[in-house]
Structures are given as C-alpha cells and as structure tokens.
Design a protein around this ligand. Structure first.
Ligand code: SF4
Length: 480
C-alpha cells in the first residue's frame, strides 16, 4: 500500500482525536452508518435460511484460501484460454508498472475506472497521471473524492463523510457547474438526483473518449476464467465495454473455485453491503469480445496482485482476514469508525477489517497504533456474514506489536512484576512523593502513553497500597 507523508496510519492517534472533535463529521457518519445498517437489517430479516447462506459463503471463501495456489493456476489457464492476458504482480510497484505498460502499449490518453479498493491500495492513479494520462473515477462516490483530492473513507461508500451541500460546493468549484437549468450556479441545496445527473453528464464524455478501462474484481472464477463485477451505477459496465482495452486488477484471495461458489458469495455480498437482494448490475466477463458480439473490450488483461498476502496466508490465525469480500458492514457497525470515520485510519482500508488489512499489508512501524484503536466490543464479528473473528485477530496483532518492541516502560514493568521486593521498594518510594501516582507519569522524558493513561482514568483513592491490603486480608484469613 502506498502512503503519503500526510495520509498515514503513523498519525492514527492524532488523526482520530481530531476527528472526535469534528461534530459535522460525526453527524454525517451517524446518519450514513445508521442508514446502511437499517437497510441491511431489513434485507437480512427477510433472508430465508440466512445462516445457511452465510455458512455457504464462508465455505466458498475458505475453499478459495485452502486451495489458493491450485485455483490461481487454474484461473490463469482458463482466463488465458478465453483470450485474457494474465499478469502476476508481486507488489504494488510491479502492478503499477504492468498497468502503465498496458496503457503505453495501447497509446492510452484517457482512462476510465470502476471503483476498486485494490487500485487505491497500489496508488494506480498517480502512476498513470505521471505518464501524462487522464484518469477518471466513474463511480459517483469515487468521482467525488477524486475531485476533492481525498482518499476514500469507506470500502463501499467512498464519500460517506461528505454531505449533499459539500458535494454541490465541490461540483461548483471543480467542474464550474451550473444547476440543471444551466442558468445559475449550482445551489448547495441541490437534490441528490440533480447532483447525480450532473456527474453523469460530466462522465459520459469520458466514457466515450476512453482508450482504456480499469476495474477491480469482486470474484474471479477459476473454473471458467471469468471475472465478476457487481455495482449499482452501470459505470463498471461502461468502463469494461466502451474502451477497446480492459484491465481488471484483483488481489489474489478474490478467487472462487466455481460458478456455484461465486453464486453462494453473490447471494450474501449485496445483502450485507447495501441491503439489496442483488446489485443492479452483475457482469460476468470471460475474455475479450468475440467475433459477432456487439460490445465488450477487444483486449482484456487480468492482473493478480500479491502485495504481502502470501505472508498473511502463512499465519494460521491472521489468514482469516483474507476471507473478507469487502461488504463494508463491519465498518458501519463499529463504534470507533462511527466516531472517527475512515480518513483517521490513514490508510485506504479503514474500520475493523481495515485495521486488520492495513496492519498486515503495511510496514509494522507505521501501523502499531491501529489495533489498539479497537474497543474489542465484538460488533464487527457479530455483523460479519463470513464470521470473521475481528477481536481475536486484533489481539493477535497487539501481541505482535508488543512482542516486536517491548519498550523501556514495558520492560521495566515486566521486571518489577517478576521481582516483588523491587516492586514494593519502587512503589513505596513513588507513593512517598506522589501518593495518588498521578503526577509522576507526567514527568518530562517519560513515555507519553503514561500521561494519557492517567489522564483517561480516575483510579479510586486507596487508603493503603493494594499489596498491603492483600497482606492484611491474608493475615486475617490466617494465610501467609
Ligand atoms: S470483514 Fe466481514 S463485515 Fe467486514 S467488510 Fe469483510 S466481509 Fe464485510
């Protein structure tokens, strides 16, 4: 994943604190996450045999992970036989170079993109733009954050942090748009259908001018060599059929063994994501346009990206994070995400699953605070249709952080905990100068975490140190 100096999980603490004080952001997030959870609740209520379908979707994802090398090989064979050129990318830089090479090869000047988290992960747009190519996000939410020069703040709703008035102001400023009448400036009170129509007009000409379409992949079917894409706006279908060349980029875990497994996943994904029985558009693409067919790209490419996932698979506990099919429900149910939104995480993946993926895909030194931003309330686990146990994985990540660098304070604490006499001496001396132990942690030079620890807690006042109380209690019971 590619980070900039300002957009990084290294600043997660400061970014989340700032977000906590942004009342407008909280109001927008509250409204949007409630809306998604409400729609999802209604859809799942009416979903007969829901648990059976959830179990089938999980089984399909487990099969994919357990047979990954074989399935990816089969996918390559079948996709190649169907006429798609398959590329393997070890990391983000290689993936960018592959797509840039394809763009150069077809002389692309304009690229249209469908919403794709994996292209955000590899920072594809800046790489293509550096080659002088115009890149247009065509999903409405992605289009909005592209205009705002911001990263997405939600896996399925990239501009969830923006209000309708924010979007109207953005269109007015960046596109110089008048209202639908064409007479006066676009009003902040413009309706959502009006804003959508204006975006559609702006994007329509880009579809027609595009030389290359780039999308992600929801599911790649090993059995047939197909890629499946789900969406609600029709922009992905346009991006894959208008330009003469289509590149689909998938992270390697997105494979499914068969069309039947893909169907099991598709029965659950839209219901969990947007509360729909099925997304408005489901495209199953198998190779380029054949002779006699009226639409479709004449040249198709599939880029299979690893970017650290093989290492995640090697961890028996953490590999569970790769089951995720990005429905976004755990973000909407998470009290932390509901409070701070996606940008505070400093990574394109946010919320519970974003914390896991970012911690696993990015350098450990950049993400050490992320797993500690989780309350371990378990709302994500309860919501996840694939049964991913986020809290268990968070604890595993915390263990890794602590094992990696215990730090001076932690090492000192361990020593004292293992040496009762030394503990009593140190604590006795400390209490002699600071009876409530709320001043010493603020001494300059001590780790900042100690001060925030006492700032955020009000320990009860103890008449005697705990160890002395324990000794007295034991004496009373006649113990040692
Ligand atoms: S972890 Fe589960 S709930 Fe969260 S996005 Fe992935 S599949 Fe959806």
């Amino acid at each position: 994943m590619v980070l900039t100096s300002t957009f990084t999980p290294r600043n997660f603490r400061e970014q989340s604190e700032k977000a906590c004080h942004d009342a407008t952001l909280r109001a927008v997030l509250d409204h949007a996450t409630r809306y998604f959870m409400g729609k999802r609740g209604v859809a799942l209520e009416a979903f007969a045999d829901r648990d059976t379908h959830f179990a089938r979707a999980r089984a399909a994802r487990l099969t994919a992970l357990s047979r990954l090398p074989d399935l990816l090989e089969q996918l390559e064979q079948r996709a190649t036989a169907a006429g798609t050129k398959v590329h393997w990318a070890h990391d983000a830089a290689q993936a960018r170079e592959i797509v840039a090479g394809i763009a150069r090869g077809c002389g692309a000047k304009v690229v249209v993109k469908g919403k794709s988290m994996v292209t955000e992960e590899i920072a594809l747009n800046p790489a293509l733009e550096a080659d002088g190519i115009e890149v247009w996000e065509t999903d409405l939410g992605e289009f909005i954050v592209q205009l705002a020069e911001e990263p997405p703040s939600h896996i399925i709703a990239p501009c969830i942090h923006k209000s309708r008035a924010d979007v109207a102001a953005l269109f007015r400023e960046k596109l110089g748009l008048a209202g639908l009448s064409g007479q006066e400036d676009l009003e902040d009170s413009a309706s959502i259908p009006e804003l959508t129509l204006l975006a559609r007009r702006a994007l329509r000409e880009k579809f027609l001018a595009a030389d290359l379409g780039v999308t992600g992949v929801n599911i790649a079917v090993a059995e047939t060599g197909s890629v499946i894409l789900v969406e609600n706006e029709g922009n992905i279908r346009m991006s894959t059929t208008c330009p003469p060349v289509h590149v689909a980029i998938m992270s390697l875990e997105k494979v499914a063994a068969s069309l039947e497994d893909a169907a099991d996943i598709l029965r659950v994904l839209p219901r969990s994501a947007t509360g729909q029985k099925m997304s408005s558009y489901v495209s199953v693409l198998t190779g380029p346009r054949r002779s006699g067919e009226l639409d479709g790209a004449r040249e198709t490419h599939l880029v299979i990206l690893d970017n650290g996932r093989s290492e995640i698979l090697a961890d028996a506990v953490l590999r569970e994070a790769l089951l995720c099919f990005r429905c976004g429900a755990c973000l909407n149910s998470c009290p932390v995400y509901q409070t701070i939104g996606g940008h505070a995480y400093g990574s394109v993946y946010s919320g519970p699953i974003g914390t896991l993926l970012s911690s696993l895909l990015l350098p450990a030194k950049d993400t050490r605070d992320l797993p500690f931003g989780c309350t371990l309330c378990g709302a994500c686990k309860k919501t996840c249709p694939l049964g991913i146990d986020h809290p268990k994985l968070m604890l595993r990540l915390r263990e890794r952080v602590c094992a990696g660098s215990p730090g001076l304070a932690s090492a000192a604490h361990t020593f004292l905990a293992l040496h009762p006499l030394a503990y009593r001496l140190v604590m006795g001396a400390a209490r002699a100068v600071d009876p409530h132990l709320n001043l010493l942690p603020r001494l300059p030079g001590l780790p900042s975490g100690l001060a925030s620890f006492v700032d955020s807690r009000q320990p009860p006042e103890l008449k005697k140190p705990f160890t002395a109380q324990l000794r007295n209690a034991r004496k009373k019971r006649g113990g040692a």
